[in-house]
Design a protein around this ligand. Structure first.
Ligand code: PEP
Length: 256
């Protein structure tokens, strides 16, 4: 059994209005808002952060954003800073999601700037890494993950890295219904833990949570969450309904 508390984070992507966010978060709070043995995070779109934040106030559920810009203020039309997220009481931020990398051309260097800006503002980054189908089939999964992880964490100190959450998300499993097998997922999670050990030392590497993301559902979650190095899930589709999200939280509570 690991000493790391499991974490279930919902990535709502571009879904839910402000009013819909209130309704969904209210249902999640009613079901698991007092739970203390799993960390629960919801990441609504920027426009719903405020309403979601109000609905989860006084519960144990935390608020996260899906992205941010590394600069604090300035001429960056359409962007949002870490300070703005903190002002809405967000405490987590997803960085380097594969959709940001693929659709918005985000590089490892840019993602690394965001990691530093998040940490400077007491936001916990959920740093996403993962290979495409072509990369897996070409045998370069571990190399791709290593590059994304080490570049994303470049310059992050030993005193900071336990505030970072890593999410291993094989791109071919995101939103496709194709989940990685438990062996495939555990192999990469153990590899990531090994890299963290090499770069930051054993004691710190044992504290960092590594989430699995990619079509995690109530039916496949128990097996994934039972793996030694899988410390929770970053959930897309199944986080959009209270029932499936709550089932995943309960699966994490049962797996601890
Ligand atoms: C995600 O986009 O982070 C994700 C894991 O999505 P899904 O659960 O829908 O595959």
């Amino acid at each position: 059994m690991s000493s790391r508390k499991k974490l279930i984070a919902g990535n709502w992507k571009m879904n839910k209005t402000s009013a819909e966010a209130t309704a969904l978060v209210t249902d999640v709070v009613t079901a698991v808002g007092k739970l203390t043995d799993v960390d629960i995070v919801v990441c609504p779109p920027f426009t719903a952060l405020e309403s979601a934040g109000k609905a989860l106030a006084d519960s144990n559920i935390r608020l996260g954003a899906q992205n941010m810009h590394p600069e604090a203020t300035g001429a960056y039309t359409g962007e949002i800073s870490a300070g703005m997220l903190r002002a809405l009481f967000a405490t987590y931020v997803i960085l380097g999601h594969s959709e940001r990398r693929a659709l918005f051309a985000e590089t490892d260097a840019f993602i690394n700037q965001k990691v530093h800006a998040a940490l400077k503002n007491q936001l916990k980054p959920i740093l996403c890494v993962g290979e495409s189908l072509a990369e897996r089939e070409g045998g370069s999964t571990l190399k791709v993950v290593q590059t994304q992880l080490e570049a994303g964490l470049e310059g992050v100190g030993k005193d900071q890295v336990s505030s970072v959450v890593i999410a291993y998300e094989p791109v071919w499993a995101i939103g496709t219904g194709k989940v990685a097998t438990t062996d495939q997922a555990q192999e990469v999670h153990a590899f990531i833990r090994g890299l963290l050990t090499k770069n930051f030392g054993e004691a710190i590497a044992q504290k960092v949570r590594i989430l699995y993301g990619g079509s995690m559902k109530p039916a496949n979650a128990p097996d994934l969450l039972a793996q030694k190095d899988i410390d929770g899930g970053l959930i897309g589709g199944a986080s959009l309904e209270a029932r499936s999200f709550v089932e995943l939280v309960n699966a994490a509570a049962a797996a601890k």
